[in-house]
Design a protein around this ligand. Sequence first.
Ligand SMILES: [Mg+2]
Length: 103
Amino acid sequence: MDREERESCYKNFIKVFGEDTQYVFAIEEMSELTKELCKYFRAKGNSEKLEKVKKDIIEETADVLICAETLRLMFGGKEVDEMIEYKIKRGQKRCEEKRLNLK
Ligand SMILES: [Mg+2]
């Protein structure tokens, strides 16, 4: 599924479920990812539990990304993309500053 097909699905989610439901979905999914990340720390040292938590983190990360893409369409894809560019560039600058300070 390419980006265009995904966007078509997200637009359909918004149309069918409504914008208010998308806010609730996003809050729920972010909460689920938060919970799994907390479990990840507790599972360290237990390889069986760790594998299960990793699978759950993958699932919840996918859920959060779907919700984030839906919110992106609702609030303005261009503006969100511009903010992503700004934040990535800022992050790169901070990485470079940190790298220079470590020398
Ligand atoms: Mg979920």
